[in-house]
Design a protein around this ligand. Structure first.
Ligand code: AMP
Ligand code: TRP
Length: 319
């Protein structure tokens, strides 16, 4: 089984990225051959500063490795190290109905938030379809916000298959239901563009401050609190054991503990959870050539497959 996913180097990775995509993607290393890449072509739709794009891309590679991605088991590479993917995107775009792209939420959300409505942003899902199809991927682990893009990928693959013969496998999304949407400190979906993130590798005091700033209701300390609607509990559940979750839920229901105290417990648990990854990250940063070697090896593997698939596609469409 071939498993593929991408992450945009459009900023610093946050725990929404980690629990929504990176942790499931890392766990899937046990189940097949993994291809994980840094979607730098996609990030160009929002980061148009060359130094920042280069630095973010490298940082995403370091952070993904620190979080447990094993470059021996699978490939880690930069999207732009396999430029054939843009050729496939063009071919796919010639069968992609405009209406399919017009229905995509992501474009509408991003332009509504003030991002320039570029052609690249609009055709973003076609490039994403090319990313997936060029490696004959079976499974794509992503957060819920990417589900529609996988549906577009399948629709486009079906169109190509109908017109040119069975060229592509139809990929399946894998969305972890308990981490569908990780809430940010304001209770909305955690996202860079909402300024509500908790970074995976944030500095200690800053991380504590972010967690202490989680928005809560005004239930007084003595009163029972509803565990079901609390983002503190939602975040805590991502890192705590079953027994710890039961205990904190009881404390919510009992009353007598303020939200500040629960936030402290959340900070302690999260900080401890990421401790081994911080240590691994420091190690990686101490070997500057390591990341370059990993990315070069990953690119080589990815290119091998992409070249084969592109020969098949070019022949089938008459190029
Ligand atoms: P992006 O930063 O948009 O490239 O996101 C990278 C991956 O993280 C995608 O699979 C997203 O679905 C996932 N992701 C981002 N934010 C969240 C969140 N708040 N909850 C769950 N998954 C997320
Ligand atoms: N669009 C994805 C995101 O913003 C990143 C991405 C690009 C991707 N190409 C992909 C994810 C292919 C999965 C498969 O999160």
């Amino acid at each position: 089984m071939r498993i593929l996913s991408g992450i945009q180097p459009s900023g610093v990775l946050h725990i929404g990225n980690y629990f929504g995509m990176m942790r499931p993607a890392i766990a899937l290393q046990e189940e097949g051959e993994t291809f994980y890449f840094i979607a730098d072509y996609h990030a160009l739709t929002s980061v148009q500063n060359p130094a920042a794009l280069r630095e973010n891309s490298r940082r995403v590679a370091v952070d993904f490795l620190a979080c447990g991605l094993d470059p021996e088991q699978g490939a880690l590479f930069r999207q732009s190290d396999v430029p054939q993917v843009t050729e496939l995107a063009w071919i796919l775009s010639t069968v992609t109905p405009m209406g399919l792209l017009e229905r995509c939420h992501s474009y509408k959300d991003k332009t509504a938030r003030g991002m320039p409505a570029s052609a690249g942003l609009f055709t973003y899902p076609v490039l994403m379809a090319a990313d997936i199809l060029i490696y004959d991927s079976d499974l794509v682990p992503v957060g819920k916000d990417q589900k529609q893009h996988i549906e577009v990928t399948r629709d486009v693959a079906i169109k190509i298959n109908e017109r040119f013969g069975d060229l592509f496998k139809l990929p399946e999304p894998r969305i972890q239901s308990n981490t569908e949407t990780v809430p940010g400190v304001d209770g909305q979906k955690m996202s860079k563009s909402y300024g509500n993130t908790i970074d995976i590798f944030g500095e200690e005091n800053e991380t504590r401050k972010r967690i202490m700033s989680i928005v809560t209701d005004s239930t007084p300390v003595e009163a029972p609190k509803n565990p079901e609607t609390s983002s503190i509990l939602q975040l805590y559940s991502l890192v705590a054991t079953e027994a710890e979750i039961v205990t904190i839920k009881q404390a919510f229901a009992r009353g007598g503990t303020g939200y500040g105290e629960f936030k402290k417990q959340l900070f302690a648990r999260l900080w401890e959870y990421f401790a081994p990854m911080r240590a691994r990250r420091a190690e990686i940063m101490g070997q500057p050539t390591y990341v370059d070697e990993v990315l070069a090896r990953g690119a080589e593997r990815a290119n091998g497959i992409a070249d084969d698939v592109m020969s098949r596609v070019r022949a089938a469409v008459g190029l």
